[in-house]
Ligand binder design. Structure first.
Ligand SMILES: C[S@@+](CC[C@H](N)C(=O)[O-])C[C@H]1O[C@@H](n2cnc3c(N)ncnc32)[C@H](O)[C@@H]1O
Length: 481
C-alpha cells in the first residue's frame, strides 16, 4: 500500500497534515478518513453524511426533471404543431438528467443507508430547476462569444489586481470555484492553483472535463426569441478552439480541485499567497468564512473579491455593503489596494433575451504582516486594552476624531500627552479620545463600536485609529491585557 505525505492539506478536525494512502486521505492523528472520487478529494467535516446528502439532492433533482417531462407532455398534448419544440425539450432535459444520474451512480456505493434517511434535504429543492452547473459549464467551457466576454473581464480585473499588489505570487486559492474556469485562467500567474467548492457536481464536472468533452443542453423556456432557442446542444471542452497562446501558458494540471466548505478550509495557516472570491462573497455571510481566508493567507498575501453583493439570504444585517466589508478588512489588519467598479453581463447567452448587467465590485486587500514588535501578544479585534502608565495631558488644540481632518494644521496639533515624566506625544487629539475609552475591560472591537456611536467613522478614520493604537502600544502607553 503506497502512502504519501501531503504537506499542503490538513485534517479539518485536528489540523494534522494528511497522508494520501491508496486514494484516501488519512489523518494519522484523529484517524479521520477523507474519500477521493476521480482525483477530487472530499475534505469535509462528515464525509459520509455529505455523500448521503448529495446523493439525496441529486436524486431529487432527477425526479423533478422527470416530473417536468411529464408536465410538458400534458401541456403540449394535442398541439401537433408544437411537437418539434416538445421533443427537443424532452431530449434536452432527459439528457442533462442523465448526466446527473451518472453522479448518483458514483456516490451510491458510498452511501450508508442509515445516513440516507437522516440526510438534510433542501426544503426549497434548489435542484428542481435547470441545474446551475450547466449555466456555468456553458459560460466556462463552451468558448462562445458571450461567455468569453464575461470571463475576459473577470480575468483582466484579477490579473491587474494581482500584478499591482503582490510581488511573489506562488499559489492561489479560488473559493466557490464552480466549473473552474476562473481557476484555470489563473494558472499562468501561479505555480499552483487550488480550487474549492462545496458542490459535488461542480467538482465532478470539472474533473470529468479534464479527461473528456461533455455534451449537454442549454434549456430556456423564458425570454427566448426563436423557437430554436428553447434548447441548444453544446459541447464543453477544456481545450480552446481558438487562442492557442492561452493553451500554451495555462495548464489545467496546475489546478487542484477539492471539495470543502469555505468555513473549514483544509489548508495550513499562512500557506496561500492569494485568495480569490469571484461571484462568491455574497453566497455566505462574511462573518462565517472570512476568518478562514485570513488564517490561510500568508502575511502580505492578497484577498480579491470580484462580483456583486446580491446576498440571496434573509438576514439583512449580514448583507454587508462594500464599505462595511472594507471596514471589516481594515479592522482585521488588511490594507486596501484596489477598489473599483467593473461592468459585466452575467451568464449572458445568445439564446436568451434576458441579460443581467452587474456593476461588479473589484476589491484587492493585502494582509499586513503582523507587527513583530507586538510579540508575544498580537493586537486583534478581541484584544482587551489597558492604560499601562500614568499620563498627563495638555489640551491646547482639538481633541476628538475631527482633529484627524486638521492633522497637518500646526495650530491644532498642540494637544499633548505627557508620559514617562518628560516624554511628549504631540498631536494627541485622537489618542486622547481612544484613551478615554480604554478601561482594561473593553476589547478593540468594543472600543471601535463606542467610537462609531460617537463619531462618523469611515475608512480614513479607521485606519488612523488603528495606527494610533499601535503607536500607543509601541510607546508602552497602552498594553494588551
Ligand atoms: C455563484 S456560484 C459562482 C461560481 C464561480 N465562482 C464562478 O463565478 O464561476 C457560487 C459557488 O459557491 C459554491 N458554494 C456555496 N456555498 C459554499 C461553501 N460553503 N463552501 C464552498 N463553496 C460554496 C456553490 O456551490 C457555487 O459553485
Amino acid at each position: 500500500m503506497s502512502s504519501e505525505a501531503r504537506t499542503d492539506f490538513i485534517c479539518i478536525n485536528c489540523k494534522t497534515e494528511l497522508m494520501l494512502v491508496s486514494d484516501t486521505f488519512h489523518c494519522g492523528s484523529c484517524q479521520q478518513e477523507y474519500l477521493v472520487f476521480d482525483k477530487v478529494c472530499l475534505l469535509v467535516d462528515k464525509p459520509m453524511a455529505y455523500v448521503a446528502e448529495s446523493y439525496f439532492l441529486y436524486k431529487a433533482h432527477i425526479r423533478a426533471q422527470r416530473n417536468e417531462v411529464k408536465k410538458l407532455k400534458s401541456y403540449f398534448e394535442g398541439k401537433k404543431e408544437k411537437a418539434g419544440i416538445i421533443n427537443n425539450l424532452i431530449i434536452a432535459i432527459e439528457h442533462n438528467a442523465g448526466l446527473v444520474e451518472q453522479i448518483t451512480k458514483k456516490l451510491l456505493p458510498h452511501v450508508a443507508p442509515e445516513l440516507l434517511f437522516q440526510a438534510q434535504t433542501n426544503p426549497t429543492n434548489q435542484f428542481s430547476d435547470y441545474l446551475k452547473d450547466f449555466r456555468y459549464m456553458r459560460r466556462d467551457w463552451v468558448w462562445d462569444k458571450e461567455g468569453e466576454l464575461q470571463l475576459a473581464i473577470i480575468n483582466q480585473s484579477l490579473k491587474e489586481t494581482i500584478q499591482t499588489s503582490i510581488t511573489q505570487p506562488t499559489n492561489v486559492l479560488v473559493l466557490g470555484a464552480g466549473l473552474g474556469r476562473i481557476a484555470y485562467d489563473l494558472s499562468d500567474s501561479f505555480e499552483k492553483v487550488y480550487a474549492t467548492d462545496y458542490s459535488f457536481s461542480m467538482a465532478h464536472f470539472f474533473q470529468r472535463l479534464t479527461c473528456e468533452e461533455i455534451l449537454f443542453y442549454e434549456v430556456n423556456t423564458n425570454n427566448i426569441y426563436s423557437n430554436t432557442d428553447y434548447t441548444r446542444k453544446l459541447k464543453a471542452s477544456v481545450s480552446a478552439p481558438f487562442n492557442k497562446q492561452d493553451s500554451l501558458t495555462k495548464d489545467i494540471r496546475k489546478v487542484e480541485y477539492f471539495i470543502a466548505d469555505v468555513q473549514r478550509l483544509p489548508l495550513k495557516d499562512k500557506s496561500v499567497s492569494c485568495v480569490v472570491s469571484a461571484y462568491f462573497t455574497d453566497v455566505l455571510a462574511w462573518k462565517l468564512w472570512f476568518k478562514e481566508v485570513k488564517r490561510v493567507l500568508k502575511d502580505g498575501g492578497l484577498f480579491i473579491h470580484f462580483g456583486p453583493l446580491g446576498y440571496p439570504f434573509g438576514d439583512v444585517s449580514e448583507r454587508l455593503s462594500a464599505e462595511s466589508i472594507k471596514y471589516q478588512l481594515l479592522k482585521d489588519g488588511f490594507q486596501i489596494c484596489t477598489d473599483d467598479r467593473v461592468s459585466t453581463k452575467h451568464l449572458d447567452s445568445i439564446t436568451s433575451m434576458e441579460t443581467s448587467l452587474h456593476s461588479c465590485w473589484l476589491l484587492g486587500a493585502r494582509k499586513e504582516p503582523t507587527d513583530t514588535s507586538l510579540e508575544p501578544k498580537q493586537l486583534t479585534s478581541l484584544s482587551v486594552l489597558a492604560i499601562a502608565k500614568e499620563l498627563s495631558y495638555r489640551i491646547t488644540g482639538q481633541i476628538g476624531l475631527t482633529s484627524l481632518v486638521h492633522e497637518a494644521d500646526t495650530e491644532t496639533e498642540t494637544t499633548e500627552l505627557i508620559f514617562d515624566h518628560d516624554q511628549v506625544y504631540t498631536g494627541a487629539g485622537v489618542a486622547l479620545v481612544i484613551l478615554k475609552l480604554i478601561n482594561g475591560r473593553r476589547n478593540l472591537e468594543q472600543i471601535m463600536e463606542q467610537l462609531s456611536v460617537l463619531y462618523q467613522i469611515g475608512e480614513t478614520e479607521t485606519d488612523h485609529i488603528y495606527r494610533t493604537i499601535r503607536d500607543l502600544i509601541e510607546k508602552s502607553i497602552v498594553k494588551i491585557n
